[in-house]
Design a protein around this ligand. Structure first.
Ligand SMILES: [Zn+2]
Length: 348
């Protein structure tokens, strides 16, 4: 029996390396614990540090940039690459604006799997260098982020495995370790809210899953943050809709979350609603202000992560956190790969 299935179609005997349901085209789910050994690169428990404030809200920052390739994606890649190896995939194709590509390239390198990464031509050069250094091939695709995804799907028709982080239930399951760690770090106390940048929403869903896995009495309120450059989930949430809203993405500071059509968008919207949270959007100006403020307290993150802090500020300023007293913000990636953009925004 395969561990993955489509809940809508209840189709059996799926190819374990299928990336979506062959009948309805929807995302697949894990219906049993997958028998898989994650690929390991010495992942640490990521730090949880206080961010001092004077408004009575206790803010804790979880520093995912300390993972081996510099972002939370390693949590998903470790499990996904293990799954690919277990099912004898020889090559994998993915699309990424940088962090997911670098992460999967590293874990595929460790597992002996060839890797092709389709990236938007606007991706940050240091991320592309990192991907190439791990031995993966980089294919630059002109146009919006979605064009890179389309190119990866087309390439996978040739027989390579499409290891899409935005689709893979293994990837999302891997990110659940973020919440499991957090739960241990807080001694089993559930924070009032968790704020996460949201593009495809894999980490957002992983945190929801992690709190279910540890048997917590309740999940924290989950707040996802997008930017106004590409807010399909924030718009849908505001309108009370169940599916991502159609948007035409602009270029923006938070390149990691410019995902116009998140495959699991409906699940993300449902998880936000069910936990009493929300999906909101912030302006790029607020992202840069948040990034500078964080850095001046000793924490250097990429713009996508700073968006979560800009979202936190917006939630506090608009009273939407209510009586929340302890909030965790997940800072998804290091600033070290984004120094060129950060310099241009802060100092030019
Ligand atoms: Zn289906």
């Amino acid at each position: 029996v395969s561990a993955i299935a489509c809940r809508r179609c209840s189709v059996g005997d799926l190819d374990p390396l299928a990336w979506r349901c062959p009948l309805c085209g929807g995302p697949l789910e894990l219906v049993a614990a997958p028998e898989v050994e994650p690929v390991a690169l010495g992942e640490p428990i990521t730090p949880l540090v206080e961010w001092p404030r004077d408004d009575g809200v206790e803010v804790l920052l979880k520093l995912e940039g300390t993972l081996p390739t510099g972002s939370f994606k390693d949590r998903g890649s470790a499990l996904l690459a293990g799954w690919l190896a277990r099912h004898r995939a020889r090559s994998a194709v993915i699309d990424s604006s940088g962090n997911a590509g670098a992460s999967l390239a590293a874990y595929c390198a460790r597992a002996g799997i060839a890797c092709d990464v389709y990236a938007p031509a606007t991706a940050a050069p240091p991320k592309l260098t990192q991907i190439r250094a791990y031995g993966a091939r980089v294919h630059l695709v002109a146009g919006p982020r979605q064009a890179a995804a389309d190119a990866a799907v087309a390439a996978a028709e040739g027989g390579a495995v499409y290891a899409a982080h935005a689709w893979s239930p293994l990837f999302t399951a891997g990110t659940a370790t973020c919440a499991i760690e957090l739960h241990e770090q807080l001694g089993g106390r559930v924070p009032d809210a968790v704020v996460v940048p949201v593009g495809a929403g894999t980490l957002f869903l992983g945190i929801r899953r992690g709190y279910a896995d540890v048997g917590a009495a309740r999940a924290p309120r989950l707040f996802g943050v997008q930017t106004t450059a590409c807010p399909p989930l924030a718009l849908a949430h505001e309108r009370g809709e169940a599916e991502p809203a159609p948007v035409t993405p602009r270029r923006g500071a938070a390149e990691g979350i410019l995902i116009a059509r998140p495959p699991r968008g409906a699940e993300v919207l449902a998880a936000a609603r069910e936990t009493g949270g929300a999906i909101i959007a912030v302006e790029d100006d607020a992202v840069w202000r948040a990034l500078a403020k964080l850095a001046r307290s000793g924490v250097y993150v990429e713009p996508t992560s700073a968006a979560a802090v800009a979202g936190l500020e917006l939630l506090i300023d608009t009273g939407r956190l209510g009586s929340a007293q302890r909030v965790v913000v997940i800072l998804t990636g290091t600033g070290l790969k984004a120094s060129a953009q950060i310099a241009a925004a802060l100092f030019d």
